[in-house]
Ligand binder design. Structure first.
Ligand SMILES: C[S@@+](CC[C@H](N)C(=O)[O-])C[C@H]1O[C@@H](n2cnc3c(N)ncnc32)[C@H](O)[C@@H]1O
Length: 306
């Protein structure tokens, strides 16, 4: 597989700086994709250092780099702790996650992530995953569909789109990206049609891949396995994801009873173990924004374990 056009890494320098790499350290890239970040991390490691690269996508695995200092793990990152246990690694010095889909997913029409191609409604990042976008469009109730579109697509017209889907599927099964676009498009503003359609597809993709749930599971585990002084570097492309990451770093999601190892509770107060390295969220430079459209919605947060 030619990996040159798989994905252009976003905020590469900022991520590397955020990881503050120790050449002899152990690192994890939870979202290998085309390896844009991983390859640069490995370049900064000595023979004693090591990088573990996770991705649940078979295509990412096929293109994974070969290097003594690198191990590819084909898995959902929700199992990060189990895998590190398997490799006999108790603590790591830095963890990077560059969330969401890669350009490869959007460019490979048959994966069903994009309305640019007419293809089966799939959208599974893990080709062995059980739930596809077609299952959601065909089987969710109208209310469930509206909730998904509203929550993960932030679409004002979520109820109307859900109702149009319900009416259309009662006549004929909606099987392809093209059929879905045909049903949703008349309800989207003329000047915003492409942007809103992208949000419809984004919402479905997030639901198919359970992205919000696995993000929370990953953040807890990642924080647990970081060594003191270790860095957590997380890049998001959606406000809901960014809020989850921000609250995790603050420990806000752990107040009250949801105690985990990552945020110890002492006398009813949360003792946060992460400290934000940057007070405000980091966004791409003007130069990168001009060169890489994907960087437009990217938000980077860096935290250090105390
Ligand atoms: C934005 S891309 C990463 C691109 C990469 N940083 C690069 O420069 O090439 C996100 C990648 O993470 C993978 N991914 C997303 N969620 C995942 C999860 N829960 N577990 C494992 N891999 C995941 C996707 O399959 C995709 O390849």
């Amino acid at each position: 597989m030619n990996n040159d056009c798989y994905h252009i890494p976003v905020m590469l320098d900022e991520c590397l700086e955020g990881l503050d790499i120790n050449p002899k350290g152990t690192y994890i890239d939870l979202t290998y994709g085309g390896g844009g970040h991983s390859k640069e991390i490995v370049k900064r490691l000595s023979p004693e250092g090591h990088l573990y690269g996770f991705d649940q996508d078979l295509d990412a695995m096929k293109g994974a780099m070969q290097d003594e200092r690198f191990t590819f793990v084909r898995s959902n990152f929700r199992y990060i702790k189990n895998w590190m246990q398997y490799y006999g690694v108790e603590q790591v010095d830095g963890i990077l996650a560059d969330l969401g889909v890669s350009s490869h997913h959007l460019d490979e029409g048959e994966r069903g992530f994009s309305f640019r191609y007419d293809a089966p409604l799939d959208m599974r990042m893990n080709q062995k995953g059980k739930l596809s976008a077609k299952d959601i469009i065909g089987n969710y109730t109208e209310e469930q569909l509206a909730d998904v579109l509203y929550l993960y697509g932030e679409l004002k017209q979520s109820r109307r789109i859900a109702s149009a889907i319900a009416k259309a599927r009662a006549k004929n099964e909606i099987q392809t990206t093209g059929q879905l676009a045909e049903v949703a498009s008349p309800l989207l503003g003329y000047d915003r049609e492409k942007k809103d359609l992208a949000r419809v597809f984004q919402a479905l993709r997030i639901e198919v891949n359970g992205e919000m749930k696995v993000l929370k599971q990953m953040l807890d585990q990642a924080t647990d396995i970081l060594a003191p002084g270790g860095r957590l570097v997380i890049m998001t492309y959606h406000s809901l994801e960014d809020r989850i990451v921000k609250n995790h770093i603050k420990g806000a999601d752990k107040k009250d009873k949801n105690h985990t190892d990552a945020h110890a509770m002492i006398f009813g107060q949360t003792k946060t173990v992460l400290k934000a390295v940057n007070k405000s969220v980091i966004t791409a430079s003007a130069e990168e924004l001009a060169r890489n459209p994907r960087s437009r919605s990217a938000k980077l947060r860096i935290a250090e374990k105390s």
